[in-house]
Every structure is written in structure tokens, then in C-alpha cells.
Design a protein around this ligand. Structure first.
Ligand SMILES: C[S@@+](CC[C@H](N)C(=O)[O-])C[C@H]1O[C@@H](n2cnc3c(N)ncnc32)[C@H](O)[C@@H]1O
Length: 270
């Protein structure tokens, strides 16, 4: 079968980076994630993953499993809740679930186009080709049910103002739910926006990530933005199974002064 050339650039191309890391982990005998659909898509795409992103590592599989765990617990609490994935790219999360909930995927038109080459939408799995910052996707979401908004690998590509407005609009529009997303520290963000940028490999410079937040600012920032009643959980990442990135991560997390500048995962309850 001939492979598909995704012809993606800028931030949409980064969906291939996370796909590369998740699929490679899923193909390992000792891999932490099981995901046949992810492997199938990975193999069907004509792209030199290693040339662009380097050797695969487990961080994105760890992140996906952290999001899976929180969504499972949400569905136990609200079996008829709605899961809204912003910037879902080629994440195959819904194939890792056996549930009856409504899943809504919101991504840019060029990204939904490539997603639909592999993953069909249906009445329980909607695809919306819009920027997450375009509030017209709100109209497609029933307002009488709890929601779980998930944004993996997305908000760092936004400006802080856009993140703030989006979070405020969600909390002010919907009755109740959770918003979960990952964050990067400011230093990391500044590296990507510097003149040199972050050259991940000689062939690939990561798109600018304008929004970073240090861990010490997480709780106060979101309470200031969203009001004291929201609950803010700085969940962090689960332990990495192996590899240099995991060692580095554990090292940063174990030194109090450095812990502040580790990437994190945040869940907001409203
Ligand atoms: C790093 S990828 C993450 C993909 C997926 N969440 C995952 O973890 O594999 C970033 C994703 O954000 C999407 N994206 C970028 N800007 C966006 C926007 N304004 N609104 C919605 N999605 C956006 C890209 O198209 C891409 O799918």
C-alpha cells in the first residue's frame, strides 16, 4: 500500500513528533502504552521521523497515559460526560477507551484533513476544523453535561493572552467540568523564541512556543484568571520508564530549586 505524505508544516507538523514517540513506544516489547491504531497510522505515513525529531523517547506516551487516567476517572464520575480534545492531531486516545461518551476533536483545518485520512468521525466522535481559539466550536457542545477539555501539546504554542481568554471563556460558558493541559517552563519557552530557536535536530527547528509558566506560578495564575472557586491541581508527569529524558526529568524534579523549571501537567476543576 502506498504511504501518505502528510505535507504538514509549522505547529501542525508537530503532531508527527508525538506520533513518532508514542508509536515507537507502543512497538516496543517493554513499551508502556498499547495502541495498535497509533502504530498503523505511524507506518502509513511517508515521513522521515528520525531525521526531523531524532531517536524516539517515551515522554509523549507517558503524557498520553496521564491524560487517559484522568479521563477514565472523569468518565467514572460522569459516564455521560463529554470529552473535548483541543489540538488532537493524530492522537488515537479514543481507541484506547471502551466507552459510550461523546468525543469532540477540535483542530486546525489542515490537521483535521490529515486526521480524517486515518480516523473517521461518527456521531459519537465529532471532528471540528477550527482553531481552538475560535469560540464557535462551543456551539457544537451540549451545555447540560459535564465536560473534560483536554489539550496535550497545544497551549505552549499560544500566546499567554490567548490561553487566558480561552480558559476564561470555557469556565464562563460551561456548567461544570475539567480542563487538563501540559505546560513548559519559561526558560524553555524563551529558548524556542530566541533568535536561534530550538534546533531539535540539524534538520528540524521546533516552532516557537511563546507561552511558558514556572511551577511556582501555576496555582496563583489560574486562580487569578478564573476565580478562587476553581480547583487547580499541578499533577506533573508520571515516572518515565527509561531513557535520558526520564533521568533528566527525575533529576530536575528532585532538586527543589530546579523543580520550578520542569514541564508539568495541570488539571483545573470548575
Ligand atoms: C504537538 S501536536 C499535539 C497533537 C496531539 N495532541 C498529541 O499529543 O499527539 C500540536 C497540535 O496542535 C494543533 N494546533 C495548533 N494550533 C492550533 C489551534 N490554534 N487550534 C487547535 N489546534 C491547534 C496542531 O494542528 C497539532 O495537531
Amino acid at each position: 500500500m502506498s504511504k501518505i505524505n502528510p505535507k504538514l508544516e509549522n505547529v501542525p507538523e508537530t503532531m508527527l513528533w508525538t506520533l513518532h514517540n508514542r508509536a515507537t513506544e507502543a512497538m516496543r516489547e517493554d513499551g508502556i502504552i498499547e495502541d495498535e491504531k497509533c502504530i498503523e497510522i505511524f507506518k502509513a505515513i511517508d515521513y522521515d521521523y528520525v531525521k526531523s525529531f531524532g531517536k524516539a523517547e517515551p515522554s509523549h506516551a507517558v503524557r498520553s497515559l496521564d491524560f487517559d487516567r484522568e479521563i477514565r476517572s472523569f468518565l467514572e464520575e460522569y459516564p455521560d460526560g463529554i470529552i473535548i480534545n483541543l489540538g488532537e492531531g493524530l492522537e488515537t486516545q479514543r481507541f484506547r477507551f471502551d466507552d459510550e461518551a461523546l468525543w469532540i476533536s477540535v483542530d486546525l483545518p489542515e490537521s483535521i484533513k490529515i486526521r480524517e485520512q486515518f480516523i473517521e468521525s461518527d456521531e459519537r466522535h465529532l471532528h471540528i476544523a477550527l482553531s481552538a481559539t475560535d469560540k464557535s466550536w462551543f456551539d457544537k457542545v451540549p451545555k447540560d453535561k459535564a465536560i473534560f477539555v483536554s489539550a496535550q501539546g497545544l497551549f505552549m504554542y499560544f500566546h499567554e493572552e490567548d490561553v487566558r481568554i480561552l480558559l476564561q471563556d470555557i469556565v464562563n460558558t460551561f456548567e461544570q467540568g475539567y480542563i487538563m493541559f501540559d505546560t513548559i517552563p519559561r526558560l524553555f519557552s524563551q529558548t524556542t523564541t530566541s533568535k536561534k530557536g530550538w534546533k531539535k535536530t540539524p534538520h528540524y527547528t521546533v516552532p516557537k512556543m511563546p507561552w511558558g509558566i514556572n511551577k511556582s506560578k501555576i496555582e496563583k495564575t489560574f486562580k487569578d484568571w478564573l476565580g478562587k472557586k476553581v480547583k487547580v491541581y499541578d499533577i506533573g508527569y508520571s515516572t518515565f520508564p527509561r531513557g535520558v529524558s526520564g533521568w533528566f526529568f527525575s533529576f530536575l524534579s528532585s532538586v527543589p530549586i530546579l523543580r520550578n523549571i520542569t514541564p508539568s501537567i495541570v488539571k483545573i476543576e470548575f
